[in-house]
Design a protein around this ligand. Structure first.
Ligand SMILES: Nc1ncnc2c1ncn2[C@@H]1O[C@H](COP(=O)(O)OP(=O)(O)OP(=O)(O)O)[C@@H](O)[C@H]1O
Ligand SMILES: [Mn+2]
Length: 319
């Protein structure tokens, strides 16, 4: 056998071995992404199925509109639609109605008056509000009342793909949560309302130097803000629309110190995952119940409770 022939055979055998290793590796390693995705899709389908099954077996009382709710609903609509003249006094009472059980009053049209007062009071000062992970501004009204402003990042119809925390926070969920809180009498959501502010007329003249330092002009000369927060980046600005207006959620700032109840639904920022991230049943238990009131915390046995009806508690998970 010539040397050339021997060399050829060796190269051929080597190629065979390499090809074998390649195929073996490809077949034996599971590709993680599609598998995880399909498991997630399956879990979501199960959640929807569980909810639908549960609806079918709900007690009759949950399917009938209670007439007791009609006056509550009418009072709420009237308070939101009324034109309010006397606003000054509302701020004097903030400290009185805020406590650990309730962040807003429910009587005498006050929920609507608060929202009107937030929207119509002149702004005396605007600064960055660096607390939290997302861009937000602190507005100080002429009445000295503080308001947080979380700007709009997306159009309402835009769908953000990815995990639940993908993209920027949606400002409208703050407002939605408050309205839902009013309707369901879950009064532990700070009053929030959609507000439109003109950047040149209402922000710039009263902006602090700190805020001005986190502003840049965009390609059409509009003043945009990138702010100061954990996730704030100079290339991720919010800009006014073509009428110079910045829309966002204006949220009443509450000075009072509250007892902190850590949410079992909070995101883990470390390798230690939260229960809801590891255990799909955790999600199923909570979403499948007709939840009236959540996050009732019993500090003694470290459980979170879900109040199912007016007087019946069910503790769902130890943490
Ligand atoms: N209405 C309010 N009144 C007083 N303080 C508030 C109010 N809203 C938020 N805060 C304070 O600011 C912090 C951040 O608020 P928030 O969670 O709304 O911001 P975020 O940017 O969404 O941050 P995160 O990603 O941590 O949720 C809260 O932990 C709380 O201390
Ligand atoms: Mn948040």
């Amino acid at each position: 056998m010539s040397m050339n022939y021997m060399f050829g055979i060796s190269v051929f055998l080597l190629c065979l071995v390499l090809l074998n290793i390649y195929f073996f590796y490809n077949l034996s390693t599971t590709k993680p992404t599609p598998l995880i995705q399909s498991r997630k899709a399956e879990a979501m389908q199960n959640v929807h199925k569980e909810i639908n099954d549960h609806f079918a077996h709900l007690k009759k009382q949950y399917k009938i509109k209670t007439s007791k709710f009609i006056p509550v609903q009418q009072a709420l609509i009237a308070s939101l639609n009324s034109t309010i003249t006397e606003l000054e006094n509302i701020w004097n009472t903030v400290d009185n109605w805020v406590d650990n059980e309730s962040l807003f009053p429910d009587k005498n049209g006050d929920p609507g008056r608060i929202l009107h007062a937030i929207k119509s009071s002149p702004i005396a000062l605007v600064d960055n509000a660096p607390k939290g992970t997302q861009l937000k501004l602190l507005l100080i009204l002429e009445s000295k009342q503080k308001v947080l402003f979380k700007p709009k990042r997306y159009n309402l119809t835009e769908v953000i793909k990815g995990p639940v925390y993908a993209g920027f926070d949606r400002y409208n969920s703050e407002v939605f949560a408050y309205y839902l809180g009013m309707v369901l009498n879950m009064r532990w959501i700070a009053p929030a309302v959609t507000m439109r502010i003109n950047v040149e007329n209402d922000i710039l003249p009263v902006a602090t130097l700190g805020l001005k330092n986190t502003m840049v002009k965009n390609e059409v000369g509009a003043t945009c803000i990138y702010g100061k927060c954990y996730y704030c980046k100079i290339n991720e600005t919010v800009c006014p629309d073509n009428t110079g207006v910045l829309e966002g959620a204006a949220i009443l700032y509450l000075e009072k110190q509250f007892k902190v109840h850590k949410s079992p639904w909070r995101r883990s920022y470390s390798r230690k995952k939260m229960d809801w991230e590891k255990d799909t049943d955790f999600l199923l238990v909570l979403t499948a119940l007709p939840i009236w009131k959540t996050s009732l915390h019993d500090p003694k046995d470290k459980t979170y409770g879900v109040l199912i009806s007016n007087d019946e508690y069910q503790y769902v998970k130890s943490i």
